[in-house]
Design a protein around this ligand. Structure first.
Ligand code: ADP
Ligand code: MG
Length: 259
């Protein structure tokens, strides 16, 4: 239930603007990979190419390849909707459907994918997904209540439950804790530590301590100046990236000396 990702010579464009240049990287299955780097260096852009959400923006396109277990996600016969089911995404701001019940929020992705399921299968899936997201005990007595009644941290775990309900292989998270308080942040970090046993996880974070705490590997992206493309500077085991990176720019960034 976890797949390896390989990008090769990936160039990412918005129209004529080259936003991210020439990224070749491997993301290991059943592990957490953190993307770090200054604002605007293309972390979110790169992340969205890993499940073909980038091309939803008019004029947006890629050159190069992204492979999931050796299969090119941009191949001619690949259905982008199937890719997005297989490679789930969790966003910066928790975005449950506010008027929908907690239960229906968990099932939303499954229903969007037109899968018909019986009521008892749906109940099982809701429980399993909420347990997987470490939220079950907090919401099991109010499954019919709206998702908007939950705290920010609970809403983010609800979004994670919704993402895993469709049984993806990969989970992409774009700054999933940036709108959360420290306690909720720790709950999400603990959850990420558990989820990596089953999924390939990529997390974008601005929080160096968070990258150090949750990830096995870290990729540092940087940008030479406004209007220039973002590039992958280096990627290594997280401990190495934070103690003895091979590039000066990485050292400067992780130690807080940048600009
Ligand atoms: N929808 C978009 N249309 C055009 N340019 C965009 C769009 N989204 C991001 N960009 C540009 O792409 C570059 C990388 O942005 P982004 O991926 O958001 O960086 P990060 O997530 O590292 O802060 C920036 O120059 C940004 O202005
Ligand atoms: Mg971003």
């Amino acid at each position: 239930m976890a797949q390896r990702i390989d990008t090769k010579d990936l160039n990412i464009y918005y129209g004529d603007f080259l936003a991210v240049q020439d990224v070749t990287m491997t993301v290991d299955p059943k592990s957490v990979t953190a993307f770090i780097g200054p604002s605007g260096c293309g972390k979110s852009t790169f992340l969205r190419t890993l499940n073909r959400m980038h091309e939803v923006i008019p004029g947006a396109r890629v050159e190069g390849s992204v492979e999931l277990e050796g299969v090119d996600l941009y191949g001619d016969d690949v259905d982008p909707v199937a890719v997005r089911r297989n490679v789930g995404m969790v966003f910066q701001r928790p975005n449950p459907f506010p008027t929908m019940s907690i239960k229906d929020n968990v099932l939303a992705g499954v229903k969007l994918n037109n899968r018909r399921i019986s009521r008892s299968d749906a109940d099982d899936l809701v429980e399993r997904s909420l347990r997987g997201a470490n939220l079950w005990n907090e919401v099991k007595d109010r499954l019919e209540k709206p998702g908007s009644g939950l705290s920010g941290g609970q809403q983010q775990r609800l979004c994670i439950a919704r993402a895993i309900a469709v049984r993806p292989q990969v989970l992409l998270m774009d700054e999933p804790c940036s709108a959360l308080d420290p306690i909720s942040t720790l709950a999400i970090e603990d959850l990420i530590g558990e989820l990596k046993q089953e999924y390939t996880i990529v997390i974008v974070t601005h929080n160096m301590q968070q990258a150090a705490r949750v990830s096995d590997r870290t990729a540092f992206f940087n940008i030479a100046g406004t209007g220039k493309p973002g590039r992958l500077i280096e990627m290594d085991d997280t401990a190495t990236m934070f103690s003895s990176p091979s590039q000066q720019a990485t050292e400067d960034y992780v130690s807080g000396r940048f600009g």
